[in-house]
Design a protein around this ligand. Structure first.
Ligand code: ZN
Length: 476
């Protein structure tokens, strides 16, 4: 054992003992924060995401102030609590722990009151218990342990809280426009052991003019999907034709599994398709209803222009690797690009398609655009918009990954490798950060579900892990 690991093994014991001694306070304060129904609401002065998100921010920062941290609330968007140990210069680098106090709406189906924070079977039940107010409190108590055990530090510590993680990151956009970016840190809003690579997320919107009406079956409208990042589970089209009875065509369409038809007035026919939804980061796990609908429509006698349009929708939507769009690819870090046709909308004038694309961490949006262009140039489609969340990538040999991983492994004995994901975590808001917990391997995730909960022992364990991680990161 070298000198520094000897020092840390003593410090680690003190930090664990501190968390154990403050166990009841941690649980009780976590419950009080969970009792605030901090769902996004109407903006009010000082509360851009609603009064309850502001109140949650104030309650949480109040806990930090009770322990002597310096707090700052940035107009209800976000806030922080800072600790600079004696001798740490004012301009020293910052270690950040970034968490959020807003929650998604409770929804139905709860056995425990969603804002009651009841403890039953050793778990705290509440919306926000694991996403993300419980883990936020574990982060605070980790920081407090470091402060109150008098661990020597070279960097400042900041507990940073956002009030709008669930709907657009407006909180951290505002925060980092006004406040210093931490040199390093983590967000307790993902999974253990940690997430070191998150694919880039681009929403690609394509349009083309609606085909003119011809002598054949006319596609009047088509629509499927409401959110780019979900596989559409239903889609519908309206057809019109004046010259032939529908009976034969309906028989053909009704023969397709998942497809139904319904005669409407004015020689129109509604065709609906039912698919299977899935998250936009794993489109291959769903069955895209728009694709199914297009498969059925291609059984009919449309004009050439319409057939070409429907084939493009079908072929691009079916290929979840992005291959038919020309954008397929992969790197060694986080696996292949995925493409989800999330929204399709055809009206009288225009067809609009939106794809949710998760691209490799070593690419950027320009690389996706460059691959897409030659493919589109051969069609009547044009690129209307690409919105981009750049990838997050901290290599496994980066000291941040090494430090967090060694603390986690020493505490739990679990040797699970660092994760890469197609989804996005709060860590993207940081220049050099990863998601570190709170879900432990083997515990089914319950974020955003009815009866969201977190085992009390995991709350305590996470606080110990965070304390030890912060102590190390704060010494560079
Ligand atoms: Zn979250």
């Amino acid at each position: 054992m070298d000198n520094s690991s000897q020092i840390f093994s003593q410090i680690d014991q003190q930090l664990s003992a501190w968390v154990d001694a403050h166990r009841e306070e941690l649980i009780e304060k976590t419950q009080r924060l969970l009792e605030v129904p901090s769902v996004k609401g109407d903006p009010a002065p000082g509360a851009p995401f609603g009064a309850e998100t502001r109140r949650a921010l104030d309650v949480a920062l109040g806990f930090a102030a009770e322990h002597g941290l310096t707090i700052k609330n940035l107009d209800g968007y976000a806030g922080h609590a800072e600790w600079a140990a004696e001798g740490v210069p004012a301009g020293a680098e910052i270690v950040g722990v970034l968490a959020h106090v807003d929650v998604v709406p409770a929804g139905d189906g709860w056995k425990h009151p969603p804002f009651g924070a009841e403890i039953a079977d050793g778990k705290i039940y509440a919306r926000g218990a694991i996403d993300d107010k419980g883990p936020a409190m574990a982060g605070l108590f980790g920081m407090l342990a470091v402060k109150e055990c008098g661990v020597p530090l070279a960097r400042r510590l900041r507990w940073i809280l956002g009030a709008d993680e669930e709907s657009g990151f407006g909180c951290v956009k505002h925060y980092f426009a006004h406040e210093e970016m931490p040199a390093t840190g983590f967000t307790p809003d993902g999974i253990f052991p940690l997430v070191h690579a998150e694919k880039g997320i681009a929403n690609i919107t394509l349009t083309r003019p609606a085909p003119p009406e011809g002598e054949r079956v006319h596609l009047v409208s088509l629509s499927g999907g409401r959110r780019a990042n979900m596989v559409p589970d239903s889609a519908e089209a309206v057809l019109r034709q004046d010259n032939a009875p529908w009976a034969a065509m309906r028989a053909r369409l009704d023969g397709v599994v998942g497809v139904r038809t319904e005669q409407l007035s004015g020689e129109r026919l509604r065709v609906t398709a039912k698919g299977i939804s899935a998250h936009g980061s794993t489109p291959e796990e769903g069955q895209n209803a728009v694709v199914l609908l297009c498969d059925a429509l291609l059984l009919l006698d449309h004009t050439e222009d319409q057939v070409e349009m429907i084939q493009h929708i079908r072929n691009w939507g079916r290929d979840t690797t992005g291959g038919t769009l020309g954008i397929a690819g992969a790197d060694d870090v986080a696996g292949p690009l995925t493409s989800n046709l999330g929204i399709a909308e055809l009206n009288k004038e225009t067809l609009t398609l939106t794809f949710n694309v998760r691209y490799p961490v070593t690419w950027d949006a320009a690389a996706v655009r460059a691959r897409l262009k030659p493919q589109l140039d051969a069609t009547r489609f044009v690129l209307k918009e690409i919105t981009d969340q750049p990838p997050l990538y901290v290599p496994v040999d980066d000291p941040l990954v090494g430090t967090l991983l060694s603390v986690y492994r020493a505490e739990t004995g679990d040797q699970t490798r660092p994760k890469t994901i197609g989804g996005g975590t709060y860590a993207r808001a940081m220049a050099h950060g990863v998601a570190f917990g709170p879900d432990f391997p083997g515990t089914p995730g319950c974020a955003h579900q009815a009866d969201e909960c977190w085992p009390v022992e995991q709350l305590i364990l996470a606080a110990k892990i965070y304390a030890k991680a912060i102590a190390r990161l704060a010494n560079g």
